[in-house]
Design a protein around this ligand. Structure first.
Ligand SMILES: NC(=O)c1ccc[n+]([C@@H]2O[C@H](COP(=O)([O-])OP(=O)(O)OC[C@H]3O[C@@H](n4cnc5c(N)ncnc54)[C@H](OP(=O)(O)O)[C@@H]3O)[C@@H](O)[C@H]2O)c1
Length: 330
C-alpha cells in the first residue's frame, strides 16, 4: 500500500502527516510530494528522512491513495493523471467539489456514497464540514428549512503565507509580506476568497452550495457571511437554524452529545463554550451556546468551533482514506 501526500510541505499537508501518525494509518511506503521548489528537500517524519518528490514521479509510482492539498490548479491538472493509473485521490481543494460526477464527502454523513469508481473524491470546505457535521443529527430528527451562518475564521485557513503576515505584523515589522488586502492583526476582514457578481464571496457561496450537496437537499435555504479574524486555533461559527418542526432543547443537547465526531461544551454559568484555543489540534467539532431563537418559531442558535486544519481538512481526508481501506475499496 503506497500513500502519497501531495502538498506535504504546506500547512494542511503537515497536519495530514500528524493525523496519519496519530491514527496509526497503515501504509508500506509514503511519498511526500510538493512543488518543484521543494523537490529534493528532506522531511523528517516518524524518525525517518523522506525526500520530497515531484508530481510526475509520484504518478509513476502509482500509489493506491493520494491525499492532495496543493491548491485548485494543481488538483485540476494532476488528480486525473493519478486517477488514470488507478489511484484514489482525496482532494482538499475546491477544484472538484461541485462537479456533479464527484462525491463531496464528510464520512460521518455520506461516506456510503463512495464506490470503487470514485477515483477523485472531494473534501468539503473547512467551514462547511464543521457546520454540517454538527447539524446532521438535528437534520435527521427535525428536518432543516433554513440556515443563517456567520463565521469567524482563523488565518491558518489561508495557508502558511497568511500566518507569516500576521506574525510579522504582531512582531512590529513595518513592511510585512501582504497576503490579505489589509492588515490582519488587530483587525477583522469581512472577506474570504474572491467576491462574486452577486456580492457574496466565493467562500460564502461554497458554504451555501456544498451544504445542499452534502445533505442532498436543494430545498434547504442557506445564507452566509464569512469573516477572517486574527486567530490560529480554528474556525468559529454562529449558526441560526430553522427546523421544519419544533424541537426540545434537552433532546437537541442529547442528539449532539451522541453524534459521532461532535463534542458539546455548553455550560455558560461556568464559562464553558467552544473556543479556537481549545479546539486546536483536536479532530472533533465542538458545539455550545445552545439556545432557542425567541424571535422565530422552530429556530435554534448555536456556536460551532473546529480546528480548520484538522476536521476542516486533514482529519476529514484521512477518515475518507480509512473508509476506503476499511471497506476494501482499495
Ligand atoms: N488551510 C486550511 O484550513 C484548508 C482547509 C481546507 C482546504 N485547504 C486547501 O488545501 C490546499 C493547501 O492549503 P494550505 O493551507 O496547506 O496551503 P500552503 O500552506 O500554502 O501549502 C501549499 C502546499 O501546496 C504545494 N504546492 C503549491 N503549488 C504546487 C504545485 N504546482 N505542485 C505541487 N505542489 C504544489 C506547496 O508546495 P511548496 O512548499 O513546494 O510550495 C505546499 O506543500 C489549498 O487548496 C487549500 O484551499 C486548506
Amino acid at each position: 500500500m503506497k500513500l502519497a501526500v501531495v502538498g506535504a510541505t504546506g500547512l494542511v499537508g503537515s497536519e495530514i502527516l500528524e493525523v496519519l501518525d496519530e491514527h496509526n494509518f497503515p501504509y508500506d511506503e509514503l511519498l511526500l510530494v510538493a512543488s518543484e521548489r521543494s523537490v529534493g528537500k528532506q522531511i523528517e517524519y516518524k524518525g525517518k528522512k523522506h525526500t520530497v518528490i515531484g508530481l510526475a514521479d509520484a504518478v509513476a509510482a502509482k500509489p493506491e491513495i493520494a491525499i492532495f492539498s496543493a491548491g485548485g490548479s494543481t488538483s485540476l491538472e494532476w488528480a486525473p493523471k493519478f486517477a488514470e493509473v488507478g489511484t484514489f485521490v482525496i482532494d482538499n481543494s475546491s477544484a472538484w467539489r461541485m462537479d456533479p460526477t464527484k462525491k463531496l464527502v464528510v464520512p460521518e454523513i455520506n461516506a456510503k456514497e463512495i464506490s470503487k469508481e470514485d477515483k477523485i473524491i472531494a473534501n468539503p470546505n473547512c467551514s462547511t464540514i464543521q457546520m454540517v457535521l454538527a447539524l446532521e443529527p438535528l437534520r435527521q430528527r427535525y428536518g432543516i428549512k433554513r440556515i443563517v451562518v456567520s463565521t469567524y475564521q482563523s488565518v491558518t485557513g489561508t495557508g502558511k503565507a497568511a500566518v507569516d503576515q500576521m506574525m510579522a505584523e504582531r512582531s512590529g515589522d513595518a513592511n510585512p509580506p501582504m497576503v490579505y488586502p489589509h492588515k490582519i492583526d488587530m483587525n477583522v476582514l469581512p472577506h474570504i476568497d474572491v467576491f462574486q457578481p452577486n456580492g457574496y464571496t466565493k467562500e460564502e457561496m461554497k458554504m451555501i452550495n456544498e451544504t445542499k450537496k452534502i445533505f442532498s437537499d436543494n430545498s434547504i435555504q442557506v445564507t452566509s457571511t464569512t469573516v477572517r479574524i486574527p486567530t490560529m486555533g480554528g474556525h468559529s461559527e454562529a449558526v441560526n437554524v430553522e427546523f421544519k418542526q419544533d424541537f426540545d432543547l434537552a433532546e437537541v443537547r442529547s442528539l449532539l452529545e451522541n453524534a459521532p465526531g461532535v463534542i458539546v461544551q455548553d455550560d455558560p454559568t461556568n464559562f464553558v463554550y467552544p473556543m479556537p484555543i481549545t479546539s486546536h489540534k483536536k479532530d472533533e467539532v465542538f458545539v455550545g451556546r445552545l439556545r432557542r431563537d425567541e424571535s422565530q418559531p422552530n429556530t435554534l442558535n448555536m456556536w460551532i468551533v473546529a480546528d480548520n486544519l484538522r476536521k476542516g481538512a486533514a482529519t476529514n481526508a484521512v477518515q475518507i482514506a480509512e473508509y476506503l481501506l476499511e471497506n476494501k475499496l482499495v
